[in-house]
Design a protein around this ligand. Structure first.
Ligand SMILES: Nc1ncnc2c1ncn2[C@@H]1O[C@H](COP(=O)(O)OP(=O)(O)OP(=O)(O)O)[C@@H](O)[C@H]1O
Ligand SMILES: O=P(O)(O)O[C@H]1[C@H](OP(=O)(O)O)[C@@H](OP(=O)(O)O)[C@@H](O)[C@@H](O)[C@@H]1OP(=O)(O)O
Ligand SMILES: [Mg+2]
Ligand SMILES: [Mg+2]
Length: 365
């Protein structure tokens, strides 16, 4: 008798905008060819009445969705929820988000990494009382909403040059040291053990000489997500040349990616890194996002399909326990290049790195 190929169902629950960008025919077709069916979860109906799926992929907010996932896991203990809502939750707060960076164990002699100095401001009184935070931070600072819940409001930032610029801010906010970084940000996309680093344009440096002449503050939102035409209207960004920017060391990026994946127990995220121009070999993680815009990576279809195949192969081999293990494989492919949003160089693989990680007892994907 002919053996029937086993097929796997991945249910996805995404906001409309995300669904429109991520769920492309090219992804659906490639996954299908490899035995994986991506099936839309109807968020208007109870999750518990749908499927059962082998895996649930999701980016939705709120307690109701979390409860639905919990109930689903109870009913179908074998379903893989990628990723766990509890693990995703820490990325919804800009303090707990960056605490993950300090949980990375890491040895790298030539480069260092960390996060910018930052202070949590809950009320206007503390905000205007510069003595409260002035010992930690110097102007310019960036004010970021504490909550990162995917709303437009949560992306509204201000670059604050002086006391006058503080007046418009609405706590709770995180005041973060603005660090000159040459106008280039590195976005590192992680999909399980796969890591890709791309360059994007960022805020330009603020010179110490110019600082006294700058007025109040500058409001902005998702600068590194602007399209070419949106940006070219703005003289602000014209001076920067992305091609000239040197990439960060690959070993450093892969160490941080593996470390964050393990510390956060997340498989699908990206993080933003800047290089402190004053120090040169010091890198700072400034933001971590759950399930970012993968569709902007050329070839994302294969990356995601490989990831699903890995997960299901391991599941079939009985080496997954319903939770995805977080150890990095010894081989981590790092693709370094620009991505489609800016000047696209196709992101060809430049090296295969050997990692010194022991796999230990944990299961890994
Ligand atoms: N500490 C910092 N020093 C210098 N520039 C910074 C700093 N923090 C943020 N920026 C700039 O502000 C931009 C937005 O900050 P951040 O990434 O925290 O916001 P976000 O809205 O969460 O972004 P995303 O769209 O990636 O989710 C960064 O891409 C970078 O250009
Ligand atoms: O669509 P979403 O709401 O998930 O938007 C995410 C966006 O991806 P998109 O490109 O698909 O819009 C991401 O862009 P890149 O980092 O990949 O450039 C980043 O801005 C996230 O912070 C956003 O997530 P949020 O913080 O708002 O939850
Ligand atoms: Mg960011
Ligand atoms: Mg963000």
């Amino acid at each position: 008798m002919e053996e029937v190929e086993k097929r796997y169902g991945v249910g996805y629950a995404l906001a409309k905008k995300k669904e429109n960008s991520f769920i492309q025919a090219s992804l659906l077709n490639l996954a299908k060819e490899r035995g994986i069916d991506l099936i839309k979860i109807d968020t208007e109906r109870p999750l518990i009445d749908q499927g059962p799926f082998d895996c649930v992929l999701h980016k939705l907010y709120g307690d109701d969705w979390k409860k639905q996932l919990d109930d689903y896991s109870r009913k179908y203990p074998n379903v893989l929820i990628i990723d766990s809502p509890e693990a995703i939750q820490r990325l919804h707060n800009r303090i707990s988000m960056l605490e993950a960076v300090s949980e990375i164990e890491f040895e790298n002699e030539s480069d260092s990494f960390g996060i910018p100095k930052q202070v949590l401001i809950y009320d206007v009184k503390k905000l205007l009382d510069c003595e409260e935070w002035g010992e930690v931070l110097n102007f310019p600072v960036i004010a970021k909403p504490l909550v990162a819940d995917g709303s437009a409001k949560s992306h509204k930032m201000s670059l604050v040059y002086n006391n006058e610029g503080l007046n418009k801010l609405k706590p709770p906010i995180v005041l973060q040291q603005f660090v000159n970084h040459g106008g280039v940000i590195f976005k590192v996309y992680v999909v399980g053990k796969y890591v890709r680093c791309v360059k994007r344009k960022s805020l330009p440096d603020v010179s110490e000489e110019k600082l006294p002449s700058l007025q109040g503050s500058l409001s902005f939102s998702q600068v590194s997500n602007l399209t070419q035409s949106e940006r070219s209207d703005d003289t602000y960004y014209k001076a920067m040349n992305l091609e000239d920017a040197e990439m960060p060391p690959q070993s450093l990026i892969s160490d941080i990616a593996c470390g964050l994946r393990r510390a956060m127990k997340l498989n699908l995220f990206n993080f933003d890194v800047i290089r402190d121009t004053r120090v040169g070999n010091r890198y700072l993680v400034i933001d971590i996002n759950y399930f970012p815009g993968y569709a902007k990576m050329p070839g994302y279809e294969k990356v995601l399909t490989d990831f699903f195949c890995d997960v299901f192969n391991k599941k079939q081999a009985g080496s997954l326990d319903g939770q995805l293990g977080m150890n990095c494989e010894k081989e981590v492919r790092i693709l370094v290049g620009n991505n489609g949003l800016v000047e696209d160089e196709g992101g060809l693989p430049v090296s295969t790195l050997k990692m010194e990680e022991e796999n230990g007892n944990q299961i890994h994907v």
